[in-house]
Design a protein around this ligand. Sequence first.
Ligand code: SF4
Length: 312
Amino acid sequence: MQETTTAPENDAALSFKQNEKIVYENNKLHKRLCRQVGQAIGDFNMIEDGDKVMVCLSGGKDSYALLDILMTLRERAPIKFDIVAVNLDQKQPNFPDHILPAYLKQLDIPFHIENQDTYSIVKRLIPEGKTTCSLCSRLRRGILYRVADELGANKIALGHHRDDIMETFFLNMFFGAKIKGMPPKLQSDDGKHIVIRPLAYVKEADTERYAQVKNFPIIPCDLCGSQENLQRKQIKGMLREWEKKFPGRVDNIFSSLSTVVPSHLMDKDLFGFADLKATGEAMANGDIAFDEEPCSTGSTSIPGIIPLRADN
Ligand code: SF4
């Protein structure tokens, strides 16, 4: 059988082109991450002049990406803020405690490793087979607040991204019967700090790819032996499936989180239904009382009743 071969110079030209494309895509990814993080910081006024931001590093892809992008933005920002990276070593079995200090040293930024054996506490208090995450994260939160105090940090930055926010939204709706997501900015339980989530607009797929591009020394997240929350896994699968079948649906869900119409929900504390009276004046922004049903087929509809096709 005759073998087909390509000239070495053709191979070289091809691989040069491929490399160029990879570099281009990687730059685009970096720019997108910087833009989205910058936008979230601006939209929610997350970081202000003179802030000291404690970036919580777990050793996972998201927190590495968060630290990396915040460092880039700090270089370019018109304001001055400090960053201190913190890792809480929870003494999980086989936790490679040399990885983060080595990584942070070469970044040449202030950092602190907090050693607290929450693993043993959780193991002691939670019966075998029960989920340990809720106690574990409560303990972790308390420790991080204290460390932020000790380090003089007024902001605590966490690496939750857009997918985390949407999954939490559906978890709360499906299992907690609440319309409640994961806020991009909130006051800590002790009232002393502001917790921020600068990756709020960033897709998980992007932090995943960025971690590969930057070759972050990822520490596996299953060292505690706890399975990833099954319900969260199911929600993740549901969203992935939706996006496959109806491209753009997940984007719409995410946008809807920042476009809330309290008068069209049923929370009596959020909207004063009881005191609602006809004023005799038309609404300035048109008829929103019976608004059109959104319809994916591009048809218009009689408000809330019969969908009308555009060709009817
Ligand atoms: S997965 Fe493990 S380390 Fe993470 S919150 Fe749950 S128990 Fe804690």
